[in-house]
Design a protein around this ligand. Structure first.
Ligand code: HMG
Ligand code: MG
Length: 300
């Protein structure tokens, strides 16, 4: 086993990836409280919302109002931005971190972005250039890194080509998304090695696992052993993607924290406060959290 890091960064996506997939729309006051509680629990990065088309994701149509409520705090939280229109909205509100989100497959590019695989770059390129010129930090996501519900297993060279192209637009980090949660540990290792061989160091990479097939924590461990130190996760295991059939919740932040702390790895997160937050959000949503650690520590 290779040396494990002393500390990792958890990139919390619950308010965005989690709440974008809820049937109901969570009131903006509850979203703001959720984010504040996550920050108070010690999560270093909390992705707040998305500046996407409100008809495409009505759950996050209140993005502007949410950020206004959060004031100065909100400006430091990353937000998803697909295009220049989204960037304009983020700039008006003083956002300092944005994330673009590309697809490794043709079908998901069409379904999620209404663009072909190639056309997505024409949308992202001016967005990233303008964001960087304005001094913003840009994260890039690449989705469907392991399998795609319409196209099946996605070849590693295809994922690396798209991911590197997105990163090279000017991103500081590339997050590798297992959007539908089909990846397994050996595939994770091979994909990370292929990105390393293409010139992206582990510091430039993050992993973003969904737990559809119960593999998210095992995959996170494989990535940890490989040397990855940024992990996306969602409080209480909320999440999914409204445009990806069969995508379920993300890796639960609590489950990840339990494993990391058990390994003696520092996260800065207070697990008790985090569990209380997910328990509270489960009440807001009216259903129990799927996280095993939340269930064990808080009775669901
Ligand atoms: P489109 O319909 O092709 O947009 O959607 P368009 O460029 O043709 O513009 C049409 C109209 O929409 C125009 O208005 C634009 O101004 C407006 P009109 O002139 O007709 O009045 N418009 C906007 N309005 C507000 N905000 C905007 C915006 N853009 C255009 N940003 C678009 C293209 C990309 C906008 C659309 O497909 C979209 O919003 N997609 C977002 C889908 C989404 O959010 N999916 C979930 C996030 S991705 C994910 O969850 C995966 C991830 O977690 C990683 C993983 O798990 O793999 C990140
Ligand atoms: Mg996701």
């Amino acid at each position: 086993m290779s040396e494990l890091p002393e500390r990792v960064t958890i990139y919390e996506v619950g308010p965005r990836d989690g709440l974008q997939n809820e049937d109901g729309i969570v009131p903006v006051e509850a979203k703001a409280e959720f984010i504040q509680r996550l920050l108070a629990a010690g999560l270093p990065v909390v992705e707040a919302t998305s500046f996407v088309h409100p008809k495409w994701v009505p759950q996050l149509a209140d993005a502007g109002e949410l950020l206004e409520r959060l004031g100065e705090t909100g400006k430091d939280l990353p937000v998803l931005v697909p295009n220049e229109r989204g960037l304009d909205r983020a700039l008006e509100l003083g956002c300092r971190h944005i994330a673009i989100f590309g697809s490794a497959t043709e079908t998901f590019a069409q379904r999620n972005l209404n663009r072909s695989l190639d056309e997505q770059f024409a949308m992202f390129e001016p967005t990233v250039t303008r964001a960087r010129d304005a001094g913003l930090d840009v994260r890039a996501y690449v989705s469907m890194c392991f399998g795609d519900p319409w196209e099946g297993v996605v070849p590693i060279p295809q994922v690396v080509e798209v991911g590197k192209r997105l990163f090279d637009l000017g991103a500081s980090q590339l997050s590798l998304g297992d959007t539908i949660g089909v990846g397994t540990a050996g595939h994770v290792r091979d994909l990370l090695a292929a990105f390393n061989a293409a010139g992206l160091s582990n510091d430039a990479l993050a992993v973003h696992f969904h737990d559809t097939y119960g593999q998210a924590l095992a995959n996170a461990y494989a990535a940890l052993q490989h040397g990855i130190t940024t992990f996306d996760a969602s409080a209480g295991g909320l999440g999914g993607c409204p445009y990806a059939e069969s995508a379920t919740g993300n890796l639960a932040t609590e489950d990840l924290v339990w494993m990391l702390h058990g390994l003696g790895i520092d996260t800065g997160v207070d697990l008790g406060s985090l569990v209380a937050t997910s328990r509270w959000m489960a009440d807001v949503l009216g259903r129990p959290s799927p996280s095993r650690v939340v269930q064990a520590l808080a009775g669901g």
